[in-house]
Design a protein around this ligand. Sequence first.
Ligand SMILES: Cc1cc2nc3c(=O)[nH]c(=O)nc-3n(C[C@H](O)[C@H](O)[C@H](O)COP(=O)(O)OP(=O)(O)OC[C@H]3O[C@@H](n4cnc5c(N)ncnc54)[C@H](O)[C@@H]3O)c2cc1C
Length: 137
Amino acid sequence: MSADEVVETDVCIIGGGPAGCTCALYTSRANLKTVVLDKNPFVGALAITSHIANYPGVDKSMTGTELLDMMRDQAIQYGTDYKKTQVFMVDTTSEDGRKIVYTPDGIFKTKALVLGTRRRGAKATSLGMRYVRGSSY
Ligand SMILES: Cc1cc2nc3c(=O)[nH]c(=O)nc-3n(C[C@H](O)[C@H](O)[C@H](O)COP(=O)(O)OP(=O)(O)OC[C@H]3O[C@@H](n4cnc5c(N)ncnc54)[C@H](O)[C@@H]3O)c2cc1C
């Protein structure tokens, strides 16, 4: 994808950690065209966890990265499009109500926007947006 290519989606999720993957699982299963934009699958809070102690049903030998891989694969199996790319700006001022999400690998025009970047990641304000109808954080 080139930087100026535009992709239209129903749901655009920024962040591919547990929050983003869980959201993607639900929206994909609801037949909403869903894309997850994740800058790096190895830097989230779960990804850097070497030992999982208190997550129901997960064997203690499983690492955070392995659990995250399973969450991501499950969302992809239901139709989520996962892209490894960093969001650097969001425009929520479009007159048709769509949010425009900018990455070095393309532009995403979406009906609903979800931020799953956690505290360590990008905050809504740092991406150039205020709370608007149709976005969740
Ligand atoms: C050391 C440690 C141990 C933990 N142990 C446990 C435990 O045993 N049991 C438990 O239930 N919980 C545990 N937690 C908590 C759990 O890991 C977090 O609550 C969970 O990972 C949060 O998920 P998240 O999706 O909100 O954020 P994250 O997992 O942090 O994911 C955020 C994602 O957003 C992406 N991102 C950020 N900015 C951008 C951007 N501009 N563009 C694109 N992508 C972006 C990042 O690449 C990342 O993949 C632990 C946390 C830590 C730090």
